[in-house]
Write a protein that binds this ligand. Structure first.
Ligand SMILES: [Zn+2]
Length: 211
């Protein structure tokens, strides 16, 4: 769990996504957080969760140098308390720390989710109880959509770095999926760890059926 300052930051980040929900256009157009005059058109990632990828192609002014990419995962209406819950879990701190365990590699979403689950097992179990997981039973809005949504908010601000890429193994049904790292960004072509290459299974999900 982060300290008071960190949680206040998380709250602010998640509030911004929440406000965007009221405006359908904002799902497909978002302003680069580092260039207020740069209105970026989103591209559907092809992932099952309807996530949208944004890239500001300017080469200057981003925290990591080069273009800045971020992910937006739509959050369904009528799910109260997501903003507060994500902040309560300290995700603005915990997710970057989990991903940083794989420093100098881009990791497929499932690798990041497992790293977070092992780092914060009680919190992860509580999220699975709240939202379910496709490893337990098919469901529209899941733990993975919740965590990917939180990662998306963090990626917009550069706390974690995002790249769209292939989904492998158990996640393959998504087609494409988000990949994650922390700054400085490793080379995308040569430094990747996919879910299938990680050799892990779904046993980190409480109640998972397809271990
Ligand atoms: Zn920009």
């Amino acid at each position: 769990m982060g300290g008071v300052g960190t949680e206040a930051l998380g709250e602010g980040l998640f509030d911004r996504v929440s406000r965007a929900e009221g405006n359908v256009m904002s799902v497909f157009r978002q302003v680069c957080p580092f260039h207020a005059d740069e209105d970026i058109r989103g591209v559907l990632t092809g992932s099952e969760d309807g996530s949208v990828s944004f890239t500001c192609t300017r080469s200057r002014g981003h925290p990591n140098g080069g273009p800045h990419a971020w992910l937006y995962v739509p959050q369904p209406d009528g799910l109260p308390g997501i903003d507060g819950y994500a902040a309560e879990l300290g995700l603005a701190t915990e997710l970057p720390v989990a991903i940083a365990q794989y420093r100098r590699q881009w990791i497929e979403y499932g690798v990041a989710e497992r790293a977070y689950a092992l780092q914060c097992p009680a919190d992860f179990a509580a999220i699975v109880i709240r939202y379910g997981h496709t490893a337990v039973s098919p469901k529209q809005y899941t733990t993975s959509a919740f965590l990917a949504g939180a990662l998306g908010v963090l990626s917009k601000h550069g706390t974690v770095l995002y790249h769209v890429g292939p989904a492998t193994g158990r996640w393959k049904y998504n087609g494409t999926i988000s990949w994650w790292t922390v700054a400085p960004a490793p080379d995308w072509e040569s430094n990747r760890l996919s879910w299938s290459d990680s050799g892990q299974d779904m046993s980190y999900v409480p109640g998972a059926a397809d271990q």
